[in-house]
Design a protein around this ligand. Structure first.
Ligand code: GLU
Ligand code: ZN
Length: 301
């Protein structure tokens, strides 16, 4: 089977060591298997993303030597296709409107769940047609999940299991303002492009069962997953866009592309001495076995 991988950056700013870490590994995995690399801009959020940022990301990837074979249509131009797939969910009788307020949803947060994680209780499934009409505001749209455990073996993190009903609940696929959510868009985009492997940060590990469920409903094959470690700052926080010293804006002033790739590869366990290197030079010896699942703590300097 032909390997197809992808970069799926959100063009909300400059590339950052955290995204690049996943991008380098995605690229190495595809290139080491002679596969096809896709680039796709995940610009669903029109407030936070821009085509200027997308241009910058393309240039940054090229500068680092992370090339791609095709760029597929950005998410902002795929609304028709997402609508088509939404109607598949509707035809299956799995789609329903949710009028819950934010504060009601917050009250559902499970005591041990991490911040912002709650299990939707299906409240709006029981609304009558009259009650829906009386709401007087546009709803978001949820897909019903089965009472079922979804499990898969991640190429880095190992076995992952989630019970959709009790650990996630019916989830939103389209927001009240009409925007499609990442969970739906990513499944449709990867599925339509024939993606066979998904390499991304571990922060998306718990999205995967929802995505696998949608893949099944839409009739897509499930790709192989590799959820790579997060880069952590020395004070124990996950690196984010707030760590300006870790984005290319700053780093490219003082470091060469090869020095940056050398550092990323060192953190991935592929370049112990951390010397400068091109992505191409890493292809031959690349193996997922070398990549550890533990998060990477980055020393300053
Ligand atoms: N667009 C997401 C990001 O920039 C990646 C989504 C994915 O790889 O599935 O973090
Ligand atoms: Zn609701």
């Amino acid at each position: 089977m032909k390997v197809v991988g992808r970069f799926a950056p959100t063009p909300s700013g400059r590339m950052h060591m955290g995204n690049l870490f996943a991008a380098l590994l995605a690229w190495l995995s595809v290139r080491s298997q002679g596969g096809t690399m896709i680039l796709r801009m995940e610009d669903l959020d029109s407030q936070r993303t821009s085509s200027l940022n997308a241009d910058r990301i393309r240039r940054d990837l090229e500068w680092l030597g992370l090339d791609w074979d095709v760029e597929t249509t950005p998410q902002s131009l795929r609304t028709e296709r997402y609508l088509e797939q939404l109607s598949v969910l509707e035809e299956k009788g799995l789609l329903y409107p949710c009028f819950c307020t934010r504060s009601r949803l917050h009250s559902l947060t499970a005591p041990h769940a991490s911040e912002g994680v709650f299990v939707y209780d299906g409240h709006c499934l029981a609304l009558s047609e009259e009650e829906k009409k009386a709401m007087g505001r546009p709803p978001s749209w949820r897909v019903q999940v089965p009472c079922e455990e979804i499990s898969f073996t991640d190429g880095v993190q190992g076995l992952y299991v989630e019970h959709l009903k009790t650990q996630c609940g019916d989830f939103v696929v389209r927001r009240a303002d009409g925007a499609f959510v990442y969970q739906l868009a990513v499944v449709v985009d990867d599925g339509d492009a024939g993606v066979t492997e998904v390499v991304r940060g571990r922060d998306l590990l718990n999205s995967t069962p929802r995505q696998m469920y949608l893949q099944r409903l839409f009739g897509y094959e499930t790709p192989a997953y590799y959820h790579v470690p997060m880069l952590m700052s020395s004070d124990g926080r996950r690196l984010s866009k707030r760590d300006r010293d870790m984005d290319l804006e700053e780093l490219s002033e003082t470091l060469s592309a090869q020095a940056i790739v050398g550092r990323l590869a060192q953190w991935a366990g592929l370049n112990p001495a951390g010397e400068s290197v091109t992505p191409q030079e890493l292809v031959k010896s690349f193996s997922w076995k070398q990549v550890d699942k533990e998060d990477v703590y980055i020393r300053d300097g």
